[in-house]
Design a protein around this ligand. Structure first.
Ligand code: FMN
Length: 388
């Protein structure tokens, strides 16, 4: 039976454990370029024991960023900076993953701590947002949306392929296409955002055409021996939006087009959600597990899995294959080491790079003087996850 610390192999890539640092946009890039800040952030999580480490979403075009301080992979000049990050992640024993995305109608945004309001197209830090249909998201996203023409959709697929080529050149070994969170891919799937009457809108077959063509374009340049994955907004939690049953069909179609793994997340195509159990531990696990079983594809999932016993149990029960951690990875670079101690792993320091762990194993000092909290004695209530 696998546990949180079992290796995981997909295609020619083996992760040292089941722990993924989930992509997180940090709003600290300049002209799409990541900096020493990102090297520190990602290098420390790789050194902290995560098996797979994602930098933030990398935009495939400048207008695919969330805001002007977000990272991109739309220019060959960005390859060098990205290579520094992948080398650091590898050097610390993790595998480097890239998430390629386009924010669609949710782009052109202020930093969250400056209000996260959308900026108009004529603002120096704003741009004309583009999406399947000319429908503004609403709420904070109020400005007119440009409806993508067929030629523009084809150009975006070329941008995906170009970005994948750059990701390969930069040394990434795992590629995820971002089709979640109300961004471009998510909005093509959702009838709330996609009201086109051409081959890219209407029935499910048409609403998933954008994704299948993106996968085809990327698969043509991304090496067959490396994992090609995507994060899907598999449920809008709104009766007018993306339905989970449709998402199952979409993932099965993506698998036929060469997808190796699915990371299941929220649709987020509307703020008007119904029965979204946002604060429940692992509330997307049931959906991920159903896709794993029905489609026959390995899956990962995030959302409220930061308690070690719960994260471990979803792997032990083989509900999912990988656990993605967002906020816990931000809060604690050594989350894997902490979790290993909580779960009574026989050699927690094995999670760290060899030279680093040598000191902790061989220079123990007085009991518990290494500064790590003693494992908590209180038993953890692990929820029973029902399949969605
Ligand atoms: C600061 C921050 C930035 C995020 N940026 C991204 C992103 O770039 N791409 C993405 O797919 N998800 C993004 N997310 C979502 C996380 O990857 C993750 O799916 C979510 O936080 C749920 O996991 P958690 O409960 O472990 O935090 C972000 C989350 C946070 C907190």
């Amino acid at each position: 039976m696998p546990d949180l610390f079992s290796p995981f192999t997909l295609k020619d890539v083996t992760l040292r454990n089941r722990l993924v640092m989930s992509p997180m946009t940090m709003y600290r890039a300049t002209d799409g370029n990541m900096s020493d800040f990102h090297l520190m952030l990602l290098g420390s999580r790789a050194a902290g024991g995560f098996g797979l480490v994602f930098p933030e979403q990398l935009a495939i075009t400048p207008d695919g960023r969330t805001g002007t301080s977000c990272a991109g992979i739309y220019d060959d000049d960005q390859i060098e900076g990205l290579s520094r990050i992948t080398s650091m992640i590898k050097d610390m024993g993790a595998v480097a993953a890239a998430q390629l995305g386009h924010t669609g109608r949710k782009g052109s945004e202020k930093k969250p701590w400056h209000g996260k309001q959308q900026l108009p197209a004529d603002h120096p830090d704003g741009w004309q947002v583009r999406a399947p249909s000319p429908i503004a998201y609403g709420g904070r996203y109020i400005y007119p949306v440009h409806e993508l023409s067929i030629a523009e959709i084809k150009a975006l697929h070329q941008s995906y392929a170009d970005a994948a080529r750059r990701a390969l050149a930069a040394g990434f070994e795992w590629l995820e296409l971002h089709f979640a969170h109300g961004y471009l891919g998510a909005s093509f799937l959702s009838p709330i955002a996609n009201q086109r009457s051409d081959a890219y809108g209407g029935c499910l077959e048409n609403r998933m055409r954008f994704h299948l063509e993106a996968i085809d374009a990327v698969r043509a340049v991304w090496l067959e021996r490396l994992p090609l994955t995507m994060r899907l907004g598999c449920d809008d939690f709104n009766e007018a939006g993306t339905q989970f049953e449709d998402a199952i069909i979409a993932v099965a179609a993506m698998k036929r087009h060469g997808l190796d793994f699915a990371d299941l997340s929220l649709g987020m195509n509307t703020d008007e959600t119904q029965n979204l159990p946002y604060t429940e531990p692992g509330f997307m696990v049931g959906r991920a597990n159903r896709i794993r079983q029905e489609v026959g594809i390995p899956v990962g999932v995030s959302w409220n899995l930061g308690i070690p016993a719960i994260a471990d149990s979803v792997i032990r029960q083989e509900l999912v294959d990988l656990v993605f951690l967002g906020r816990p990875a931000l809060a604690n670079p050594h989350w894997p080491l902490w979790a290993a101690r909580e779960l009574a792993h026989q050699d927690p320091f094995a999670l760290l790079p060899e030279d680093w762990s040598w000191w902790l194993r061989n220079r123990p000092g007085s009991p518990n003087s290494h500064g790590l909290p003693a494992p908590s004695a209180a038993p953890v209530a692990v929820p029973k996850f029902a399949q969605a």
